[in-house]
Design a protein around this ligand. Structure first.
Ligand code: F6R
Length: 611
């Protein structure tokens, strides 16, 4: 998730680019950069400024620099490959300092391409995946920038939205997209390219959407768009009536809904960043092979939603890698004088990487000589810096206080990590790894199909919002998802909800159920399906209204429960990442129905830096 922008016209575009980036800052803010081409007196001079940190840093640097140009590109970065550093900030340049490029997305095959380019004499200065693209364009450039970009893109695998400019083509911008968004903003004697509409909404309300595989060739008076087969595409512009604030949410009512809806992308980017050709790469983790082979135990420390991801991790690490795992609430860990045998691996899960309880747990584990791995959505966060290694989720910035897309991205990392550990320890073969990766590759489209069912879940919320108490039940791999479902309902709708392993109900909590206390049960296809069916019958016998989350095609369960939410079929080990999504939507819709501010629930903060 990064924000990109480009301008071609007659105005001095530095402030246009900077203001556009400000509108895109929600997409990433660990570094940024702007480059412009000054064509005055035919001098064709490139000026570029990049800074680490948020856009204020770039703005300050720009205010001190004389910089002019009527062709330019800009970028605000959410680091994927390469830490936040000035050298890794975009735009990136070719060897001759003539071609400049900004990119949002992930080039999966950057490593072999980089090696190939280096062997042909190209000089790289960054650790990014992006830099291969600009060197490829350089290689293919023969006076025609569109052609060169097309040839370069034919070599890459992965996701991208790019904007390219060249000193040699001073009146032209080239943009292209595959899986990452890109729009053309149409002006009078000027045109724009941007990751999304708000970036240039103050200049135009007329837009063209660049579709998958398309390349746009843009001058100040002309926009040509070509499809994959190099055919010119005829597109009609559309006019938007968005105002700026709704546009930042891309038309969604709240950031939380936008982020829930972005989950298939967040999970796909996270998968793609760590898997290439059926091999899992966790290189940035630095996890030594001898530690993996010899660890006796894994401890997972985390808080809240990240703790629930830890529970998912426990299930799959024990299942695939056969290493015992304890999941610990981070705020409790350091006070219990934990017994950490040597060698042990401690995995901290923290979206922000700044949660003080999790950092304190890391410090305690370090004191006891454990090897610390942090799973975070933020590069160079405090938790990452205090750990021996890190693995990143690539969900992009999350603005809603209640976690959604970062959670499913965390779960994807937990799945990949479990398979990676299992493979290194010889618990699964390469063929089995490939088999499981094939299943995980399909997860984003399965999440998308759940999201497409949003209106059905909204109808259910319209029925259930009146109840003051809920119980969520699940078993085995279903339990972490109900813990998260209950937390989401509590925190954004202020409705009381408890999660229990379904078999535990009869040991006490069943006393609560009745016609005023609905039960939400995970009853998907799994090895414990018959068991959970028994538990559902028990609560039904006590008149509880029941919503069952069940696998598509299960008609029979409809005779037992009041309502069903259908989810696509997936092997039970990987079900949590799918099952949690409708529960987020259910909580969201109940909260909306109750008139709650879902983006900023009362008493909560996005990053909890106090004990
Ligand atoms: C709930 C939520 C919190 C966080 C918790 C840990 O929706 O967002 O429970 O999960 O505060 O935060 P991180 O993951 O940043 O350590």
């Amino acid at each position: 998730m990064c924000g990109i922008i480009g301008y071609v016209g007659e105005k001095d575009c530095v402030s246009i680019l900077l203001n556009g980036l400000k509108r895109l800052e929600y997409r990433g803010y660990d570094s940024s950069g702007i480059a412009v081409l000054n064509k005055e007196d035919n001098r064709n001079e490139i000026s570029m400024v990049k800074r680490v940190g948020n856009l204020k840093k770039l703005e300050k640097a720009l205010s001190k620099k004389e910089m002019k140009g009527s062709l330019g590109i800009g970028h605000t970065r959410w680091a994927t490959h390469g830490k936040p550093h000035r050298l890794n900030a975009h735009p990136h340049l070719d060897c001759k300092n003539e071609i400049l490029l900004v990119h949002n997305g992930i080039i999966e095959n950057w490593e072999p391409l980089k090696n190939e380019l280096i062997s042909r004499g190209h000089k790289f200065i960054s650790e990014t995946d992006t830099e291969v693209l600009v060197h490829l364009v350089e290689d293919y450039y023969n006076g025609d920038l569109v052609k060169a970009v097309r040839k370069a893109l034919n070599k890459v695998e992965g996701s991208y939205a790019i904007v390219v400019m060249s000193k040699k083509s001073p009146n032209q911008l080239v943009g292209a997209r595959q899986d990452s968004p890109l729009v053309v903003g149409l002006g009078n004697g000027e045109n724009y390219l941007a990751s999304d509409i708000p970036a240039v909404l103050e200049h135009t309300n007329k837009f063209l959407i660049i579709e998958q595989g398309e390349i746009a060739n843009i001058t100040k008076d002309k926009v040509e768009i070509y499809d994959r087969n190099e055919k010119l595409v005829n597109k009609s512009p559309f006019e938007t009536n968005w105002d700026i604030s709704s546009a930042e949410k891309e038309g969604y009512e709240d950031f939380m809904l936008k982020e829930i809806m972005e989950q298939s992308i967040a999970v796909r980017e996270t998968y793609r960043s760590h898997v290439y050709k059926y091999k899992i790469s966790l290189d940035e983790s630095n996890l030594p092979i001898d530690i993996i082979k010899n660890i006796k135990k894994i401890f997972i420390v985390a808080c809240g939603t990240s703790f629930h991801a830890g529970y998912v991790a426990k299930g799959v690490v024990e299942r695939f890698a056969r290493i015992p795992v304890d999941v610990e609430i981070a705020s409790e860990f350091r006070y219990k004088d934990p017994i950490i045998p040597n060698p042990s691996l401690v995995i901290a899960i923290s979206q922000s990487g700044e949660t003080i309880d999790t950092i304190a747990a890391i410090r305690e584990a370090k004191r006891k000589n454990a090897w610390i791995l942090t799973i975070s959505n933020v590069m160079e966060s405090s938790a990452v810096r205090e750990s021996d290694g890190a693995v990143y989720t690539f969900a992009g910035p999350e603005i809603g206080v209640a976690a959604s897309k970062t959670h499913t991205a965390q779960i994807m990392i937990c799945y990949l990590l479990s398979l990676y550990l299992a493979k290194v320890r010889g618990e699964i073969t390469s063929a089995e790894t490939a088999y499981y990766l094939n299943i995980l590759k399909e997860v984003p489209s399965k999440i998308k199909s759940v999201l497409d069912n949003h209106s059905k879940i909204k109808e259910l919320a319209n029925i259930y919002y009146k109840f003051p108490d809920f119980i969520f039940i699940g078993r085995k791999y279903g339990f972490p998802a109900v813990m998260e479902g209950a937390l989401k309902l509590k925190e954004i709708s202020y409705v009381h909800a408890e999660a229990y392993p379904a078999g535990e109900m009869k040991h006490g909590p069943i006393a609560l159920v009745g016609e005023n206390c609905p039960v939400v049960a995970i009853a998907d296809d799994s090895s414990v399906y018959n068991k959970i069916l028994g538990n559902i019958s028990e609560v039904k016998a006590r008149n509880a209204p029941v919503v069952a989350l069940t696998t598509i095609g299960n008609e029979k369960i409809k005779n037992l429960v009041d309502h069903v939410i259908e989810v696509p079929k997936i092997p039970e080990e990987f079900s949590a990442i799918i099952n949690v999504v409708p529960l987020q939507l259910f909580a969201y819709e109940i909260a909306k129905k109750l008139g709650c501010n879902v983006d900023q629930p009362r008493n909560l903060a996005k990053t909890v830096t106090v004990e």
